[in-house]
Write a protein that binds this ligand. Sequence first.
Ligand code: DC
Length: 219
Amino acid sequence: MNGYDIIAIDGPAGAGKSTISKELARRLGYLYLDTGAMYRAVAWAARHNGVDVGEEKALLGLCNKLRLEFQGNHILVNGKDVSSLIRTPEIDRLSSAVSRVAVVRKYLTGIQRELGRQGNIVAEGRDMGTVVFPQATHKIFLTASPEERARRRKRQLEDQGEKVKYEEVLAQIEVRDRADSTRSIAPLRAAPDCIIIDSSNLTIEEVLKKIGNFIQIKK
Ligand code: DC
């Protein structure tokens, strides 16, 4: 341990992790680490370089040539800002595929731990409390019903100008949930020492309040 606080926030897609983690980091003055964006950036780079996301060796070669950087809430791949390019349904699917590949997880876990040594952080993902930072100061598993998550995702995509059907979004969420929680390495699951918050019927402020109470109690 290095004396820095690590707040691990895990949970399925659409549970509100990004909104909550960003705001929590802002209020606490901590660094915000969006590890989903890192998997998305690798998926984008694979797509961009014609690398098959099922090819472990090719992905290793790709990772060795990648330079991932955060600039505020933007993510750069070898100097190119890909922040908006990684938020598409295609990258949703490809990032889920690359996240099942051991060499990609090993590569990103190393970078994430390195970032965790640089200061207090709020780290958001699927395996923050279970694998990357098992020593985290606080662990939160943020979840919501698939239906509520589909409604939120649909709104988000529509805000980006994408027209989508609720049923399709729900089906995709269910497929991705299954893939993320049944994969053999670092599956999505709640750490034994986490608190579970179901955000289905809570506002952002209510979730932040619950987290605030938890952090104060344990600190
Ligand atoms: O949180 P997100 O939707 O941006 O994540 C994109 C994909 O990356 C998703 O399929 C889950 C995966 N992921 C992961 O396996 N481990 C993490 N720590 C973060 C994301």
